[in-house]
Design a protein around this ligand. Structure first.
Ligand SMILES: [Zn+2]
Length: 314
């Protein structure tokens, strides 16, 4: 009986990971099995900084264990390395204009084929080498709040100047090195390991400046109503660490930006620099694309009616 149960578990895992991926069953075809992936509140997005709207936000508050080392279980789940604390309900998040208390669930990384490609969110069309998602969930409503950091590597020189020229954070670098040393051993799917990590050191202390919008999970089911916080300052790591992920784990693990449609992106800081892209209609391009899409539907409708009338005449 136990053997049968284990077999079903293994089969379930295999089916779950073969169902979607970042290659043959990649983001372009997810909507065929997961219709929500074609919704109008999808993530990630390209953040056009000049189109963001300032809004005052309350400070993020974490429970004290956020500042202490806790035991994490790291697992290769066939899509990424997922890190889950052994006691998931002990880290809570409030503030940041979130309604109520959210509980920490897990964190994971996204990456791409080189140091200029791998982040899910883009800033003025700029990609970073990767992105990390710290996932929180509201215990009653099950709404998720994701705290997201772009990850830049040493080889990445195409970031705007305000994201560079800052002092190194040695404690954070060491913490990430511990993470990558452990994650590098998880080549086999479903392999796992445990290690002690401190969330505050992984995230860094600069959590006051961010962009905020409402979107979705960036993997199937693409469920919507996720509150996104994308921090302005990226985390720096060595390109070597992602090199291992690219070569031995998965070539890439990210979804590209989705249309913004009617959504607004807020920012928590006043002094936004204008976009370097000389496009006066930048903030309206999504609106225009919706109109063009709707016009194309009208064209199709007219063409269909015309064909039917012609068919009836003949
Ligand atoms: Zn993610």
């Amino acid at each position: 009986m136990l053997h049968l149960f284990i077999l079903i578990l293994i089969l379930n895992n295999t089916i779950a990971s073969a169902d979607w991926d970042y290659a043959k069953n990649g983001p372009d075809v997810w909507k065929e099995n997961y219709p929500t992936c074609a919704g109008e509140n999808q993530s990630p997005i390209n953040i056009r900084t000049r189109c963001t709207v300032f809004q005052p936000f309350s400070r993020f508050e974490f429970t004290s264990i956020y500042y202490e080392p806790i035991k994490f279980n790291l697992t290769n789940n066939g899509h990424t390395i997922k890190a889950v604390p052994n006691n998931p309900t002990s880290i809570s998040l409030t503030g940041g204009n979130l309604k109520g208390t959210y509980l920490f669930e897990s964190f994971h990384l996204h990456w791409g084929p080189n140091h200029n490609s791998g982040s899910e969110h883009q800033v003025n069309g700029d990609k970073s080498a990767g992105e990390i998602h710290f996932v929180y969930i509201h215990p009653e409503s099950k709404q998720r709040a994701v705290l997201s950091f772009l990850m830049e590597t040493e080889a990445n020189k195409s970031q705007p100047v305000y994201l560079r020229n800052r002092s190194r954070n040695v404690a954070m670098e060491k913490q990430w090195q511990n993470y990558f040393d452990a994650a590098h051993k998880l080549i086999e799917q479903n392999s796992s390991t445990t290690l002690d990590l401190t969330l505050e050191l992984l995230m860094g202390s600069n959590v006051a400046e961010f962009w905020r919008y409402v979107g979705s999970l960036t993997t199937p089911s693409c469920a919507e109503n996720v509150i996104w916080t994308v921090f302005r300052q990226p985390i720096s790591i060595l390109d070597y660490d992602f090199g291992f992920f690219r070569d031995d784990l998965f070539f890439e693990s990210y979804r590209g930006p989705q249309p913004l449609y009617h959504r607004q992106v807020n920012r928590s800081f006043l002094n936004e620099k204008l976009s370097p892209i000389p496009d006066e209609n930048l903030c309206f391009s999504d609106f225009l694309s919706i109109i063009l899409l709707e016009l194309s539907y009208i064209d199709i409708t007219f063409a269909t009616i015309f064909t039917i009338i012609n068919f009836q005449r003949s």
